[in-house]
Design a protein around this ligand. Structure first.
Ligand SMILES: Cc1ncc(COP(=O)(O)O)c(C=O)c1O
Length: 394
């Protein structure tokens, strides 16, 4: 198969000083942290080259009251165009780090000992944001079905007691790749209203949705749901610019914004830098053709992984993600003595993300970042199959 124009050769990737390729030795193929092994969209690259050429490294003055007016405008037009979501510029808080936004929201809108509902399995910093701030993590499990993971209908309201304050939603979900449907989001919204919960909705993967699924920002469902929802998002996952540190936190109401700022005056959270602002604006306004091509490639990879695993390593259970470039692999039927992550690292020389960081009972799972060339995906799959075969023989 022809390689896509955005694929980067392995020696270029290995020479980079980033965590993905730097964490392991040169004998290991890394498939863990959520970034892509691809060159970025030309409009973003050109924007950055222009800044470098002009030595444009001062405090940003990109319009608006805080110098980030172009970012606010790009967020608003992207949300409107892609999700028919009309946003209010006075409720937008640009920030540099979405995980910081999650921590800040939990600290601002709950007290130590309060319950925070978390879908499990979940992105590891979400666990940390609840546990390290002394909140109580209430697991809201996603269970595998024949095609996809989902919550048992009606199970959410049973989890809630008077000290439960927040539901942390990740949509599209990391690591299961679910894109929640309207009815599923409506149940969450209804329960949040009935039990007076804040919804913290991380929608960072919303740009990475495959054909057949549709991302719905939960804040668009009704004014009542919006009024209790904080949404966080950025262009960093979809357009592969996570090191540029730029995102947006959106308050669904003035009341939420005031509660948040009573604990965190706006200056406490860092604002995005000039490169992050301009790159995000270029991504959201001009990066879609690149993203469409990348999604086609990723779609091929997710199908390849499903087909290979179901025929060559059928003891591993996996369901195709509806969004994201992350596969969640259940290796519990491999009969491994230790964790699946350690097994594949030691026996296969593959650096997956360890399942136990996503779910305390997840040590027989790994998360597979397949945002790479088809060649590397194939080499990882071959290494997996070899490791499993030699383990069965031994
Ligand atoms: C669900 C989710 N939220 C947030 C982040 C990271 O956001 P940031 O780098 O802006 O802190 C990631 C990165 O993988 C993620 O998957």
């Amino acid at each position: 198969m022809l390689s896509s124009s955005f694929e980067l050769p392995e020696d270029v990737l290995r020479a980079r000083q980033n965590v993905k390729w730097g964490k392991y030795g040169t004998d290991v193929l890394p498939a863990w942290v959520a970034e892509m092994d691809f060159s970025i969209a030309h409009p973003i690259q050109r924007t950055l080259e222009r800044m470098v050429g002009d030595h444009d490294y001062g405090y940003p003055d990109r319009g608006g009251n805080h110098g980030d007016g172009t970012l606010v405008a790009a967020f608003r037009s992207r949300m409107l165009k892609h999700f028919a979501w009309e946003t209010d510029p006075s409720l937008i808080l640009p920030l540099s780090d979405l995980v910081q936004g999650t921590f800040a929201t939990i600290l601002a809108l709950s007290e130590p000992g309060d319950g925070v509902i978390l879908q499990l399995p979940a992105y590891p910093p979400f666990h940390e944001a609840i546990n390290s701030t002394g909140r109580r993590l209430i697991p809201y499990r996603l269970e595998p079905g024949s095609e996809r993971y989902s919550h048992e209908p009606g199970s959410l309201s049973k989890l809630i007691d008077p000290t439960t304050k927040i539901i942390l939603l990740c949509n599209p979900q990391n690591p299961t790749g679910r894109v929640f449907e309207q009815a599923e989001l409506e149940e969450i919204g209804r329960v949040a209203i009935e039990r007076d919960l804040v919804i913290l909705s991380d929608e960072i993967h919303a740009d990475l949705v495959y054909r057949g699924a549709k991302h719905i920002p939960i804040a668009t469902l009704s004014p009542e749901i919006a009024a209790r929802t904080i949404t966080i998002t950025s262009a960093t996952k979809g357009f592969n610019i996570p090191g540029l540190r730029c995102g947006v936190l959106y308050f669904g109401s003035q009341a939420l914004k005031e509660r948040f700022h009573a604990r965190f005056p706006a200056r406490v959270l860092g604002s995005p830098g000039i490169t992050g602002i301009d790159a995000t604006v270029a991504a959201w306004n001009h990066g879609q053709p690149w993203l469409d091509a990348v999604l086609d490639h990723l779609d091929g990879n997710r199908r390849r992984i499903r087909d290979f695993i179901s025929t060559e390593i059928p003891a591993i259970q996996t369901l195709m993600p509806e969004a994201t470039y992350l596969g969640w692999l259940d290796c519990s039927r491999l009969g491994l003595s230790g964790s699946a992550h350690d097994f594949f690292l030691e026996q296969g020389k593959i650096g997956f993300s360890a399942g136990e960081f996503f779910d305390p009972n997840g040590h027989k799972f790994v998360r597979f970042n397949f945002a790479t060339s088809r060649r590397i995906v194939d080499r990882i799959l071959e290494r997996m199959a070899d490791a499993v075969r030699s383990n069965q023989r031994g």
